[in-house]
Design a protein around this ligand. Structure first.
Ligand SMILES: [Fe+2]
Length: 258
């Protein structure tokens, strides 16, 4: 079976572009299950609940999040009500709204455990992603066929460590958050497909999705202005994992760019 995972969808323009193209990507690549990172779908760099519904209607099975997911209170109720489809990092305090993992059925009937975890290096304080995800795998043992994890983190070292720690235990491991795709997609020796970061879905000529002039000010003169939504050519970045239906191990990982 094929599992499609798309990186951080940036702003309303990114949502629109992904929604326009997602059915075609799913059809052309014979996709059985789709995971999309939606933590930046709002124009205020957080989850947008209308965008989430739009992405579900166009074929997303699960929407994952990250450090921005809980930044606006409007999404809390949605995360609680929609916790089977729209998740946030699992290693946040237990009092946080929503849930950090879900089990959903793919088109071919396989039970897919999708986990969202967040890194600790240069990120907001959170529990150990390693030990928290260990507990999830233990708790859900027997209730899923294939495990997928969106590891939302900054440091490439931490992301690689996460990949090898869960090698053979989580079948599909993909990184998000940096918005820059890495070229290190590979099969690990115990049966996991891994990539450090899948990149983003948003405007190509931007600074990790943000409008260039305003983002430049921050670096060049240390002055801050309100974030502006960039315009221009769009791109969609992600990966497709091919998983063996019998062994559940990953047999192929392919980077995609539209
Ligand atoms: Fe992020």
């Amino acid at each position: 079976m094929n599992i499609l995972c798309l990186g951080d969808v940036q702003f309303q323009s990114g949502v629109k572009y992904v929604c326009q193209n997602l059915p075609k990507i799913i059809r052309e690549n014979d996709i059985d299950f789709t995971v999309v990172n939606g933590e930046n779908t709002s124009d205020y760099s957080t989850l947008d609940i209308y965008a989430a519904e739009e992405l579900f209607s166009r074929g997303a099975d699960v929407i994952t999040g990250g450090n921005h997911t809980l930044q606006r209170a409007e999404v809390y109720e949605y995360l609680d009500n929609k916790s089977d489809k729209c998740i946030r990092p699992v290693n946040l305090p237990y009092l946080a709204p929503g849930k950090g993992y879900t089990v959903q059925k793919a088109k071919n009937g396989m039970r897919i455990l999708v986990i969202n975890a967040m890194g600790q290096i240069t990120m907001d304080p959170c529990d150990s992603p390693f030990l928290t995800v260990d507990k999830v795998l233990e708790k859900e043992k027997g209730y899923y066929d294939i495990a997928v994890c969106d590891f939302h983190a900054e440091a490439t070292s931490e992301k690689n460590a996460f990949g090898y720690y869960f090698n053979g235990r989580i079948h599909c491991i993909f990184g998000t958050h940096t918005h820059v795709a890495t070229a290190d997609e590979r099969l690990l020796d115990k049966g996991s497909g891994f990539i450090t970061d899948v990149g983003m879905c948003g405007v190509t000529d931007s600074i990790i999705g943000a409008e260039i002039d305003t983002a430049l000010q921050k670096f060049v003169s240390r002055t801050f202005t309100k974030k502006k939504q960039p315009a221009g050519k769009m791109m969609i970045n992600g990966v497709i994992f091919t998983v063996d239906n019998q062994t559940h191990y990953c047999t192929d990982i392919k980077r995609i760019k539209y």
